[in-house]
Each structure stands twice: as structure tokens, then as C-alpha cells.
Design a binder for this molecule. Structure first.
Ligand code: AQP
Length: 342
């Protein structure tokens, strides 16, 4: 079989399951912006069908989806350069998701740590959708034949599953149809931790608002949350090796580095020896400088939700020009009767 060459294409998504956090920004959106441009076609998605794997109030979901779109644009994603969509307007995601439910094995799904974390002790009461989530995520990516997926560290296992699903599909049907996608997990902030507990990921759904910086927080709130962030009594070392057993301190240094486009070691080369009483105000100042323009632009865009809806419906049209032929070809490969695919 000759090897297929796939167009370099980036896909990634974020759930509109609440407000955006600094974790989503540094681990995902900022890097989406970096990948926009000459080398790839870029497609970025508000994954609303994933959000409903746990209960969402319908009005809040609509608002979060538009706010997430505003967050993408305010952070630098240009709807003229990237395709911006919400997942439910491109039905081929869910259609391919069903096919992949029949490719993925129960044993693979049962190993997914995110399901275990999110379902917790109450797994019997979790939705079937929460369990099947990674198979729909594989479809989100592969319905575009995406070759690269920028994500935070927490999504690594789901991307390995995506590769397993593509490989099993190709093997079972004797084709080279789906690419084996590359995860792109890079930078100083691939796993931003809670400001209150350095062993927990910063998350939109953490019950404690003090645990995260929200992209909509004002300057005072940002400064207050950083001032109250958990640390330890030691001064900063001058190299990252000195932070191995200090997760909270390491987290703040990584955040500083990612916001300032520096390596963590470069930050410590300047800040080594400082106490947190000196470092925290500098971090707060940097966070406000970088995040405030984004949050004010988000607020401005949210005054024009008709324009956001127009961008999403145009994005869906552009997306379907890619996804409809890939779904039709998938159906043909697996033996569904339908119009002949060229
Ligand atoms: N703390 C984080 N550090 C780095 N990257 C992160 N991401 C999320 N949290 C961090 C990255 O953001 C992208 C979108 O994530 P998502 O919203 O689809 O799902 P999630 O990973 O489950 O994010 P949250 O904030 O924890 O949402 P909830 O609380 O609703 O579950 C992904 O690329 C993710 O890696």
C-alpha cells in the first residue's frame, strides 16, 4: 500500500463548560495562536457536545460557547485565518464518533484516567457520554484528517487513544485513510496547577474560584488571587532543579515563564534569591498586563453576539466542506449504502 500524504492540518477544541482559565489559555489557546499561519490549516472548536457529558444549564451553555469564541478571537485567533466552529453545528463529528464507538475497545476506554477523575466514586451514575468522550474526541480530530493537535498535558492519553483508533480502523479495513495524529504538548505551561494546591490541575470546574485565574477576572482579582496563592517560605532558587519538591513554587515560575515567553530557567536566572513577597507582585503585574487586554476585548465582543453567531455559522460551512467528504468516504469504506464517493 502506498503511504498517503496528509495536508498539514491543526485541530483542537475547548469545552464551553464554564469560563476560560489561565490553564486553558497557556496550555491551549496561546499555542493555537502560535500555530496559526503559514504552515498549517488551523481549525479551532468549541466542543459543546463534550460539555453536556456533565449537566449544563442551557442558557449558561449558550453564553459560555459565545464567550469561548470571544476568548479565542480576543487572544488572537483570526476567523479569516482559522476555521472557528462549535462542534454541534458540524454533525459529522458526532456521526464519526458513533463509528469510532464501534472501533474503540471497552478495555481501552476503561483505562482513561480522565473518566476516573471526573466520574470519581460515582461512576455508576456518570453519563454514558462521559465514558465515550475520548472516542468522540478522536472523531473531532480525525473527521478533519488533522495531523497535529496542540493540547495540555492532561489530554495526552486521549491523543494516544486517537492514534490507536486510527490505526485499528486502518488495519481492520485494510486502508491508509486516517492519519496517525501528532500531539503537540510544548512550552512552560503544559500543566498549570491550582493556585491553592500544587498537586491539582487548574480547572474551570474546581469549586474554589481562588484556585484559578479566570480570563474574565479584573486586575484587582488577579492580584488578590496571586497574593493568596499557596507557596512555601523559601526564596526562589536560581535554577529549576531547585524546585523539584516545591510544586506550588514551580507552578508560579512556569506561569511567569509562559506569560512572558521565556523558559523557566531564564526566569529563575533573573528572579533567583527573591522571596515570594517580591516575586508575587511582579507575577501579578505581568498577568494583568497580558490578560487585561484579552478580557476587555472579550467583554467588547460579547456586546455583539450576533457577530459571534455569524462567525460560527460561517465556520461550520467551511468545516463541512472538509468533513462531509471524509465522512462519506468513511461510510463507503465500512460498507454503508449511499451515493458513490469519488
Ligand atoms: N490546567 C491546565 N494547564 C494546561 N492546559 C490545560 N487545559 C485545561 N486545563 C489546563 C487544556 O485546555 C484545553 C481544553 O480543555 P477542556 O476545557 O476541553 O477540558 P479540560 O482539560 O477538562 O479543562 P478544564 O478546565 O479542567 O475543564 P473542566 O473543569 O470542565 O473539566 C485542553 O487542551 C487542555 O489540555
Amino acid at each position: 500500500m502506498t503511504e498517503t500524504t496528509f495536508t498539514p492540518r491543526v485541530f483542537s477544541g475547548i469545552q464551553p463548560s464554564g469560563g476560560l482559565t489561565l490553564g486553558n489559555y497557556l496550555g491551549a489557546i496561546k499555542r493555537f495562536v502560535d500555530m496559526q499561519g503559514a504552515d498549517y490549516q488551523t481549525i479551532y472548536c468549541m466542543v459543546d457536545l463534550h460539555a453536556i457529558t456533565v449537566w449544563q444549564d442551557p442558557e449558561a451553555l449558550r453564553r459560555s460557547t459565545r464567550e469561548l469564541c470571544a476568548g479565542f478571537i480576543a487572544s488572537g485567533i483570526d476567523p479569516d485565518q482559522s476555521i472557528l466552529i462549535n462542534q454541534s453545528q458540524v454533525p459529522e463529528h458526532a456521526q464519526l464518533g458513533w463509528v469510532f464507538n464501534c472501533v474503540a475497545r471497552m478495555g481501552w476506554m476503561q483505562r482513561m484516567t480522565q473518566f476516573k477523575d471526573k466520574a470519581g466514586k460515582n461512576a455508576q451514575n456518570a453519563s454514558l457520554g462521559l465514558f465515550a468522550y475520548p472516542s468522540l474526541m478522536a472523531a473531532d480530530i480525525l473527521i478533519y484528517h488533522a495531523t497535529h493537535v496542540p493540547v495540555g498535558e492532561d489530554q495526552k492519553q486521549h491523543l494516544e487513544l486517537t492514534r490507536d483508533i486510527a490505526a485499528k480502523f486502518n488495519h481492520d479495513y485494510g486502508v491508509d485513510f486516517f492519519p496517525i495524529t501528532e500531539p503537540v504538548i510544548e512550552g512552560a505551561a503544559t500543566r498549570v496547577m491550582s493556585l491553592r494546591d500544587g498537586s491539582k490541575k487548574m480547572s474551570k470546574s474546581d469549586p474554589s474560584d481562588a484556585s484559578r485565574l479566570n480570563m474574565t477576572d479584573d486586575a484587582d482579582t488577579i492580584a488578590k488571587k496571586i497574593r493568596k496563592a499557596k507557596t512555601d517560605p523559601e526564596p526562589l532558587p536560581s535554577e529549576m532543579a531547585g524546585l523539584e519538591d516545591r510544586p506550588e513554587a514551580r507552578n508560579l515560575v512556569n506561569i511567569f515563564a509562559a506569560l512572558n515567553d521565556q523558559s523557566p530557567d531564564a526566569v529563575l536566572a533573573e528572579m533567583g534569591g527573591k522571596q515570594f513577597s517580591e516575586f508575587k507582585p511582579l507575577l501579578a503585574e505581568l498577568a494583568v498586563e497580558k490578560l487585561s487586554p484579552i478580557s476587555s476585548e472579550m467583554a467588547r465582543l460579547m456586546q455583539h453576539t450576533d457577530e459571534i453567531d455569524r462567525i460560527l455559522s460561517h465556520g461550520a460551512e467551511q468545516a463541512r466542506a472538509i468533513t462531509a467528504p471524509i465522512l462519506a468516504k468513511t461510510y463507503e469504506i465500512i460498507g454503508m449504502v449511499g451515493p458513490k464517493v469519488i
